[in-house]
Design a protein. Structure first.
Length: 201
């Protein structure tokens, strides 16, 4: 469900936009030759929910079909206000729709109230090298589905994912997710693995 509304205030998007631009430049977010976009980024809407354990369901996420854009502006972000993976349902408010991929972000926020940022990128080499070396989803779970959301929640209960803050989606080719208490933490986890992978080549 999409409720059309004015853009989010630009000052709330400075950090998320900075990281999104960096990830686009590294080709970790983008668009394939067939026109299908990949990768997105989100932050919990902490301005409305400050007490741990009472964060609500709201988070800001880059909108659907924005992977091809070199730079985003406030018109390219939306706020997810409700979700239900059993019904494969997402409700958002803003100038653009949230994609079904938002369910996976929602699952991570739901599983751990201390997580405030989620990054989803694509990188074939890193994906192939990390499968089963870091927490990895079951191969029969497709991204953006209720099954993937439930699989993410299952993994989030495990100590190794809580400490590593990175997971590989084996059923979603090239897909990698990192998360953290802050966007900088989620981004730095990704950059650590990304840079180590590039040094091996």
């Amino acid at each position: 469900k999409w409720i059309s509304a004015p853009p989010i205030a630009e000052e709330k998007l400075i950090e998320i936009n900075s990281w999104r631009n960096r990830l686009y430049q590294l080709k970790l977010i983008g668009q394939y030759n067939n026109g299908i976009g990949f990768g997105n980024i989100s932050i919990r809407n902490c301005a409305l929910h400050t007490a741990v354990g009472n964060r609500g369901k709201e988070f800001i996420v880059s909108g659907t079909s924005t992977g091809n854009l070199p730079r985003l502006n406030p018109e390219h972000y939306t706020t997810v206000i409700d979700f239900d993976w059993d019904k494969n349902f997402v409700s958002c408010v803003g100038p653009i729709q949230a994609s079904s991929e938002s369910l996976t972000h929602a699952a991570i926020y739901e599983a751990n109230p201390h997580i405030n940022a989620v990054i989803h990128v694509h990188d074939r080499d890193l994906w192939e090298n990390l499968i089963d070396l870091v927490p990895t989803t079951a191969r029969d779970c497709a991204y953006g589905t209720p099954e993937m959301a439930k699989e993410i929640i299952r993994l989030c209960q495990q100590d190794d994912l809580r400490s590593s803050k990175i997971l590989v989606m084996s059923g979603h080719e090239e897909g990698i997710i990192t998360f953290g208490h802050s966007l900088d933490e989620a981004g730095e986890v990704l950059m650590k693995y990304y840079q180590l992978d590039k040094k091996k080549k």
